[in-house]
Design a protein around this ligand. Sequence first.
Ligand SMILES: Cc1cc2nc3c(=O)[nH]c(=O)nc-3n(C[C@H](O)[C@H](O)[C@H](O)COP(=O)(O)OP(=O)(O)OC[C@H]3O[C@@H](n4cnc5c(N)ncnc54)[C@H](O)[C@@H]3O)c2cc1C
Length: 229
Amino acid sequence: MDVKLLAHTPNPEQLVAAAARICYKDVPASQLLQGEEEKLSRSLIEDLFRSGHTSTFEHVSFTFGIDGLSRTASHQLVRHRLASFSQQSQRYVKMSPDPEAVIIPPAIAANPQARELFRESVRHAQEVYRALAEMGIPKEDARFILPHGYSTRLVLTMNARELHHFFSLRLCRRAQWEIHELARRMLALCREAAPVLFGKAGPKCIFGACEEARSCGKPYRDMEELLSD
Ligand SMILES: Cc1cc2nc3c(=O)[nH]c(=O)nc-3n(C[C@H](O)[C@H](O)[C@H](O)COP(=O)(O)OP(=O)(O)OC[C@H]3O[C@@H](n4cnc5c(N)ncnc54)[C@H](O)[C@@H]3O)c2cc1C
């Protein structure tokens, strides 16, 4: 999986702090971005977290380029309705005949018998896909034979409030392993770009309290453990 932060709103923390200042201080809009010290922005953002005034986070967004995610995981990803997506089309793009284009879950990769069975099935599906294309069947129909594990590419944009929500759900140990890994990489990039804004982003076992009906039984100690997992 390859995850890149393609773009984000410039000066995201300064902008969130400016949005908060217009709520709490009598500052003209023309001066909102002037003279805002980094230290002041930090304490303001920390207050916003504490008070739950996180609509201010909606003013900044982050855009990621994602490669090598399975369609199984992308199906979960697109359930996040407040995000924007552009995903490679299987109607227009011919799928690679390379067996490596199908993501193998670690549990299958670690079991030689399961791995061979999986690879054999992928080879067969790819063979049928090619044969259907040669018969003149359109790609949009031939793709019905392809496995869910086929790798896909996406451009994804979320605002910082939605990112917090996404991280709280998908960085839970009980989230599916692939979307968990995606969330982990996205958070690492967000923390680089806006360390204060994402300083308290993560699963509920670290920031709040676990709400899972069936807890994993091994909550993360801290973000260091999660990010190095
Ligand atoms: C561990 C796990 C297991 C899951 N298992 C299943 C499953 O078995 N089957 C399944 O179908 N899905 C499953 N899901 C997906 C889940 O139900 C959500 O669709 C997905 O997590 C997106 O979350 P969301 O709706 O909170 O977030 P988003 O769509 O990102 O929305 C963010 C928030 O905005 C608000 N919001 C958005 N749209 C509306 C709306 N129309 N009305 C009111 N409020 C809104 C809500 O507060 C919501 O939390 C699972 C998710 C997780 C994390």
